[in-house]
Write a protein that binds this ligand. Sequence first.
Ligand SMILES: C[S@@+](CC[C@H](N)C(=O)[O-])C[C@H]1O[C@@H](n2cnc3c(N)ncnc32)[C@H](O)[C@@H]1O
Length: 298
Amino acid sequence: MHGSVAPSDSPSMVPGVSPAIYGEADFCRIAELIHAETGIVLSERKKMLAYSRLAPLVRRSALTSFGAFLDTLADDPRTMTEVIAALTTNHTYFHREPHHFEHFESVVRPELLRRADAGADVRIWSAGCSTGEEIWTLMMVLLGRDRAAGLKLARGKLIALASDISVNALASARAAHYPASALEALPEPLRRAWCVPASGSAGEPRLAIAPEVQALVRFRELNLMGEWPMNRPFDVIFCRNVMIYFDIPTKERLIERFARQLAPGGYLYIGHSERVSGPATALLEPVGPTIYRRKGHA
Ligand SMILES: C[S@@+](CC[C@H](N)C(=O)[O-])C[C@H]1O[C@@H](n2cnc3c(N)ncnc32)[C@H](O)[C@@H]1O
């Protein structure tokens, strides 16, 4: 795991901000705000988690109550961005759900290599990329175990987008270095081909993603609930473990948007506990566990 988030509630007190100034009404306002902005549903169980994540921001503001702090957000987009980053769950790791990468390597990669060989562009999107482990894994699998062949592919028209709503998570993703132990989950030949020692790291050894791989990925702050600036379709979209925090209508709308953003024959990978339902079922066919292909000819 790399990121700011504990998966469970931690009702620890934050010095200088008493939980006494944080009531049910404050939590309801936070839950409504975060749902409206991001689609994330904060259940009652998350009440103290929200307190411990937001109290440092309240303390920094020097305001004396959560209510007063929440009142300022409508006119303060920078702090709003920080509130969203504080309340998102960024848990992720390299080679997560390996069956997706095995499918990608054996079924999708050969198709993409053929396209690249024919001079066509190859477009990949990691939506909800968190701290980057997903897109880096995907890029390494795409480039493959043979460094020379991978570098040739990297010189082609490869477009990889990685987006997230959390600016903090994106900063770690862009930094592209991780504890060496975090990269152990990757197949060794990929790690050997595409990771290098991170410079200037004291303490636990760290590895960086090779500069040639870093050069292929564009990171963007993007709220999936808003407008999407991309107008060309993707061959592959990964959106995993993002929609679990959304309600069903939000999930269904989002999956339909992903389906429409795929080229015919393109692939959508979603998280292990997620399902395709609603209007997208007419556009996508299941081709493996939590793997879908956009209907139509490539
Ligand atoms: C649990 S992480 C999943 C990371 C990675 N996809 C994986 O499966 O390991 C969920 C990510 O979704 C992002 N997220 C949540 N709501 C979002 C939204 N409305 N728009 C964009 N990203 C969002 C969070 O910031 C977080 O980084």
